[in-house]
Design a protein around this ligand. Sequence first.
Ligand code: TRP
Length: 450
Amino acid sequence: MTHHRSAWRNRWTFMLATAGSAIGLGNIWKLPYMIGVNGGSAFVLVFIASIFFVGIPLMMTEILLGRRAQKNPLDGIESLALEAKASRHWRYLGGMGMLTGLLILSFYSVIGGWVLSFISTAANGNFVGISGEQSTENFNQLLASPFTLLFWHTVFMVMTMGVVARGVNSGLEKANNILIPALFAILLILLGYSMSVGDMQSAYQFMFSPDFSKITPVAVLSALGHAFFSLSLGMGAVMVYGSYLQRDVSIARASIYIALADTMLGLVIGLAIYALVFANQLTPNAGPGLIFQTLPIAFGQMPGGTLIATLFFILVAFAAWTSAISLVEPTIAWVVENTDISRKTATTTLGLIIWVLGISVVLSFNEWQNVKIVFGLNIFETLDKLTSTILLPLGGLLIAIFAGYFMKQDHVQEELNLPHRSFKIWMCMNNIIAPIGIGAVFLYLLNIIQ
Ligand code: TRP
């Protein structure tokens, strides 16, 4: 069966879409609280190292696999495996990625819902003059209302699946072109404000003065996992975006730009938030509620805060939206390329499945708070840890091994098209540093569990 395959209109739209996938709740919601939970600078250091030594090379690998295969991840990996005379079972790697994407979206959408609900809270002027305690109380009230959470989770799912149903060109491209640049602009305003009223020095110290004594195995694992999460790696999202990419784009350059933009954005918002945390005597290790508790305080004190806060949460919602899309695109591409099911039907069905799973995540913040799945983790925490610290790095490890040891070097080089020296550097990172790094972290993890 041959299907017409879409393609990005030009390299700029690819860059923006991939950056749009990478930049999302991972940068704005997750990175800041993970830094706090994992002891600050040690985590930041390992995170940055993971981005450079594992993230960037693996982003190149995913894009090259996608562009060479010109298919969804499952069939794509299969045809690359056949081309390389390797086992076709490699295709299950694509399948694992799809599953990972669905699991992530089930909680991503609930958090996206928090953001949506904060848009209306902000717009109603509810942050004006708010104290730290009131802000925490407001957030806890939101968590305690399953129906409110469910409502916004539903809205977020409908928004996401709506774009996916429309396909690559009319849906995905348009959303990214304006929103990502606008997000950068508003973050700069927030940073400027934080610098003037916050405790930037403590924030800087907390995030960047290296304290190696604080590096624990769990922090290392979380930092590595978050590098994957933040760059959207390890499940085929970047691969499927790469499969819509034209041949004349430099994969290395695109990967470096996207990774830098993503990392900078995360660190900048981290600084802005911790400057506020320290200035308002809040605790850095508040967990997933961190930005929802701290930012309203800042917005509430700023001149024009209601407007800026509303804009901010709108842009965060957009960032989350453009990321969420990429979590389901691999599966939808697979269904559409293999069956006669229409894109719309496929999207609706998949959306329903994820929505139902998301209900259990909603409940894990209130009614089912004490329902523990494994290691004392509730449903949300289980899904989060399972995907970020296990499935994504595992996917990344297998992708690196596949490209590095099973594909022909010539074929890889045809896609990367790098000068000899740079190609060797990529190979060293992809074939040796990334697998050993991920493997070592996994071995550590096994040790802890036992
Ligand atoms: N990178 C996104 C963020 O930081 C989340 C995301 C989108 C993602 N697609 C992904 C994470 C694929 C892992 C894999 O918010």
